[in-house]
Design a binder for this molecule. Structure first.
Ligand SMILES: [Zn+2]
Length: 267
């Protein structure tokens, strides 16, 4: 038996079940620790110092098979030694309804693979950039007040063909509705795209980004710092869209998760 002076830190995982399409928060007391890196479902993620803890947020893919998975934490102690701690996490299924809609040919042609791929690779560049500083605090607010016309993760059948799952929440609002920053962050992307339409991305720090599609007009510039409630854009019906709405997306370490969880709970 090997004696260790270092007691295994108690890891706080919240919520205790990892729902498909949602996030979990992993917290470790910072005492005796200089750094923590996590690995879950083959993805590495960083835990950041936050008050007396190291805190990390990880997303669960919508199509992750329910079951038990290991969450590995590589902990660097103040004495320079590295230890690995393994926690078991249960992935639980989320019910995603099926939604069918029709796109007219002029809109449907914007869904061409090469257009989507090129545009997404531009957006992804900013999502991959992970700034050390946490800019958001507390709960997120809805960027617009509107009825939800399509929820996160819904399985889409477009023009009779099975398409990918819906990567955000659609809020039905008239064209020109003011879109407000749901939390503090920095505007890192504003571009008029063919498929995604007018697009804005806000970086909230530590790998958390929010995305806004189908906009008619921008009201903030790249590099601009925003706080909760600041005007960032005006909603529209541009790109692959069947009517006036805002598509609101949330990205956690470049994985799209349900933004509604962030409005309901403090992260
Ligand atoms: Zn949408």
């Amino acid at each position: 038996m090997v004696a260790s002076l270092f007691a295994q830190p108690i890891v706080d995982i919240s919520p205790s079940v990892a729902w498909q399409g949602k996030v979990i928060e992993v917290k470790i007391p910072a005492a005796g620790i200089t750094g923590v890196e996590g690995k879950f479902l083959g993805q590495k993620f960083k835990l950041y110092p936050q008050e007396d803890n190291f805190v990390g947020i990880i997303g669960v893919p919508t199509d992750q098979k329910p079951g038990n998975y290991n969450l590995r934490l590589i902990i660097t102690q103040t004495d320079g030694k590295t230890i690995e701690q393994v926690e078991m996490l249960k992935v639980w299924p989320t019910k995603f309804p099926v939604t069918r809609y029709w796109l007219k040919p002029s809109r449907n042609k914007l869904r061409a693979r090469n257009i989507i791929d090129n545009e997404w690779s531009e957006i992804e560049k900013v999502l991959l950039h992970e700034s050390e500083k946490r800019l958001w605090s507390g709960q997120f607010a809805l960027p617009v007040k509107g009825e939800k016309s399509q929820g996160f993760g819904q399985l889409q059948i477009i023009n009779g063909k099975r398409s990918g799952s819906h990567k955000g929440v659609d809020l039905a609002v008239p064209i020109g509705t003011k879109v407000f920053a749901p939390n503090a962050g920095q505007v890192v992307f504003t571009q008029k795209l063919k498929a995604f339409g007018g697009t804005v991305v806000v970086d909230h720090g530590q790998g958390i980004h929010t995305l806004y599609f189908h906009l008619s007009k921008f009201a903030a510039e790249v590099g601009q710092d925003v706080k909760q409630g600041d005007l960032i854009a005006y909603s529209g019906n541009t790109g692959v869209s069947t009517g006036a709405h805002l598509h609101w997306g949330m990205s956690v370490h470049n994985l799209r998760v349900d933004p509604e969880q962030w409005v309901k709970y403090e992260m």
